[in-house]
Design a protein around this ligand. Sequence first.
Ligand code: ADP
Ligand code: MG
Length: 349
Amino acid sequence: MAEKKRLLATVLTFALLFAGAAIEPSPSASQPELRRFEFVQAHMGTQFRIVLYARDAETAARASAAAFERIARLDATMSDYRETSELMVACKQAAHNWVHTSRDLFGVLARSQQIARQSAGAFDVTVGPVVRLWRRARRMNELPDAKKLAAARRLVGYRRLRLDARRHRVRLEKAGMLIDLGGIAKGYAADAALAVLKDYGIRSALVAAGGDIVTGDAPPGSAGWTVAVRGLNSADEAKMIHLRLANAAVSTSGDAEQFVEINGVRYSHIVDPRTGRALTGRRSVTVVAPRGWAADALATAASVLDAARAQRLIDRTRGAAAHIEQMRGDRLAVSESRRWRSVPQVSPK
Ligand code: ADP
Ligand code: MG
């Protein structure tokens, strides 16, 4: 955890920016005046930001504190940086052995397996052993040892992670397997935080975990939350796409934030589970989906697949849309999924 935080502190910049988009500034007569509040806390190696509309500061503070608490508990459950997390303890016990898990851990594993099947293993939470080697590579600035990488690869494969839905149990088919929820946990936690806010009666809210953003109802008097998607031409504000979202999630994955350069090659923190190699192409993937966990995992999966396959995966997934930017030589190639056109955008002024 501490290690990840340090890493992020040096390399993290937000891929997505957001702001409430007010088109009718006056609140409607039927609604009491709502005020905008914003809170930030560090969890899961990133900044979680909550923006919400509430009647008073006390409600806003209580609701956001409960939402952050929920995120902190999920971090303690799903972290692979803490040896004592439920996930890490389960990984140790589950080799050839059915282990009972909490509702949240089972829920996130079941969703992970769903995306793994849909993406034919491009998204695969059993990548843990391989990811560890690449994390070390980033730290040491040298490529992983080929033999170690080959051994780690043999432990990867989502089919070797077995789930018993009736009794919420998990089992690993090889000793040494390691599960890494880094590609889905932030989206899942953002969903959970939004649900907590709803329990407190707050409906207009946004939860952002770095590049993973989940929105509830639109800010009062507006059509949605404006979210700026920063692609590969990140510095150029005019070239950003401004989405207008309500009750939807958006995630961006790419090499803009976490990568290491060794011998002139950029290696991403996303690995191809089928080869064990860290991704090297320059690419930025933005996925809109009904839920944060889905947008998060699909963005990771779409980073691994070639653009055509990625867009087929997105087109097959209900409610999902994607925008992919990729460097081909020094040319920027852009591709959009079928539904991307129907994602509301703020019209350029
Ligand atoms: P970010 O953390 O920037 O939001 P992602 O959501 O794409 O990025 O998640 C990347 C993380 O997911 C990696 O740091 C690693 O922990 C894990 N991971 C890497 N490759 C894969 C993969 N192919 N499938 C599932 N998880 C992965
Ligand atoms: Mg992801």
